[in-house]
Design a protein around this ligand. Sequence first.
Ligand code: ADE
Ligand code: ZN
Length: 320
Amino acid sequence: MLPTAELHIHIEGTLEPEMLVRLAARNGVKLPTTDIDELRARYRFTDLQSFLDLYYANLPVLRTEQDFYDLTSAYLARAAQAGVRRAEIFFDPQTHLRNGVPLEAVFAGLSGALDDARDISTDLILCFLRDLGADAAEETFRAALPFRDRFIGVGLDSAEVGHPPSLFREVYRMAAAEGLHRVAHAGEEGGPDYVWEALDVLGVERIDHGIRAMEDAKLVRRLREEQVPLTVCPLSNVALRVVGELADHVLPAMLDEGLLVCVNSDDPAYFGGYVDDNFAALRSELGLDDQQLATLARNSFDACFAPAEQKARWKAEVTA
Ligand code: ADE
Ligand code: ZN
């Protein structure tokens, strides 16, 4: 098992059907069905939006601090089995606020589980839902400031096309002024122009996905020269039909270009696997060898926001 850092994981996307049913029963939330096979059969998507529709529809089952604690503990236990040494975990406070859950409960449940995790180094990254717009993002950021010590950075997710990074210039400026790290989803469904904006307007330190950057040679050169990390999510890209099949994925080309790419699971409950499943698929379906897989694992530690000495120790664990 390769040790790795997981840098692109939405905690809400780890809600397995079994937990969905358990939490729905606990909180008196009605689901269209409680049959696990039927629920899983609905996890088929035509694009990002078709996934987001189901993902948001499931989230009203999360109501209490205990719910967030249980969700996060289950992910951390599974991630430890997958070889994850370091997890930088996204969460979407706007979804929970919209569902009537106070930020106190969200932060207490998430940080409680992180504090209790024995085997994994963890931190939280607060994401803005880009389709709710810039004013909502700024309002959310201000509401989260009393919890400033509970998260290390901000991110940008949800429906990409039509909601370019440049709209969020001000809230990213506010985050930078607070000393927070900055990342953003760009180049998943959106084109290379979204990646340029994330770099130049938002000043992000990492790009989440970024696979469409490969369509722009000048951008590829920039990403290589600056060694900007790209958190690629292979099984997600296939599930959301961003690529046809795994064999068509640009990940090997990104490695050949000398880009700092790493492997992540995005929303593992929905996309057919955790980070170890992504690594296994890269070997079996894309034919990546031990050297390439080890490079991806080392890259993940280079790309993470942990202290340099710790990163070096994890990297030394990757042998191949
Ligand atoms: N939210 C959860 N998963 C996402 C993804 N893959 N892209 C954008 N927003 C998301
Ligand atoms: Zn994502």
